[in-house]
Design a protein around this ligand. Structure first.
Ligand code: AMP
Length: 293
């Protein structure tokens, strides 16, 4: 099957309108391209729930707080189109930046609360850029369902919040993080790692697992996080931006494990910033075990 490439929103809207007249359910998978199995997992999940799937490809300048990062972001549209066609996506919507943000564009969607702290602290303006582009893509596609990865966990909560607040009629579907065989969360940025860095990178996920175990074993959260940060640096990462335990839904800070939680991390390996996160179950497994005994 071939995937049509659409660049103009009016063309996209008329295709979607025709689908709607046929009573078809439409899903969107927003991406910045350089597609990997994590993205393709979202496309497959979308195809399982909808009749028509639009993959969007837009390297959104508004969400880059660093011009070098934007310039270095991989752009592989031809390969991306070749990857999604066999999976069965119907449209690759790849608008130009000048059409998304024409001269005079003056609106910013800004979500408070969940966007504060974590990546919000270290990438000023990033989540305003994300919220603005996601709002546009949801309105442009008019999709019934939109698929996002848990890999970008804070982003996922921001999208849920804006959809709720702005009454956008779309169901947000979250998909688990897809990992390489050695545990490294797949990311378009992984291609920037040197061989030596790539060999070290899976330690980040291992340390999340280890830290989650420590928290689950009843260790103080502060102690477990300090040990985790030290372990990341000892593994050869140059800087830990954050390693935090937050409530699973609203990302509130938590100091003791008293509700379902997430460990979230951002750390630099050489010139590459990696993020990852892991669910920390609650009640603690042995607490459940003891209660049942
Ligand atoms: P990006 O192209 O990095 O902006 O990501 C587009 C979508 O793919 C977002 O919803 C991401 O959370 C999701 N995504 C990226 N990497 C992964 C992964 N390893 N597993 C699951 N979803 C992912």
């Amino acid at each position: 099957m071939s995937t049509a490439i659409v660049r103009i929103v009016s063309e996209l809207r008329s295709i979607v309108a025709a689908w709607r007249r046929e009573g078809l359910r439409v899903a969107v998978v927003p991406t910045m391209g350089a597609l990997h199995e994590g993205h393709l997992g979202l496309v497959r999940a979308a195809l399982a729930k909808a009749d028509r799937v639009i993959v969007t490809l837009f390297v959104n300048p508004k969400q880059f707080n660093n011009a070098d990062d934007l310039a270095a972001y991989p752009r592989t549209e031809h390969d991306d189109a070749a990857k999604i066609a066999p999976v069965g996506a119907h449209i690759l919507y790849a608008p130009d930046a000048a059409d998304m943000y024409p001269q005079g564009f003056a609106t910013t969607v800004s979500v408070s609360g969940v966007s504060e702290g974590l990546c919000g602290t270290f990438r000023p303006g990033h989540f305003d850029g994300v919220a603005t582009v996601v709002t546009k893509l949801l309105l442009q596609t008019g999709a019934d369902l939109a698929f996002f990865g848990e890999k970008d966990f804070q982003q996922l909560q921001i999208v849920r919040q804006l959809v709720r607040d702005l009454d956008i009629p779309v169901e947000i579907v979250a998909c688990p993080t897809v990992r390489e065989a050695d545990g490294l969360a797949m990311s378009s940025r992984n291609t920037r790692l040197s061989l030596a860095e790539r060999n070290r990178a899976p330690r980040l996920a291992e340390i999340l697992v280890q830290t989650a175990k420590q928290v689950n074993s009843g260790e103080s959260v502060g102690r477990a996080l300090t040990d985790g940060r030290e372990a990341i640096l000892a593994a050869g990462f140059s800087k830990v931006e954050y390693l935090e335990l937050r409530a699973d839904g609203d990302l509130a800070s938590i100091v003791t494990l008293d509700r379902p939680a997430r460990l979230l991390v951002a750390a630099w390996l050489g010139q590459t910033r990696l993020i990852d996160n892991l669910q920390v179950p609650w009640p603690r497994p042995e607490a459940v075990h003891q209660a049942a005994a």
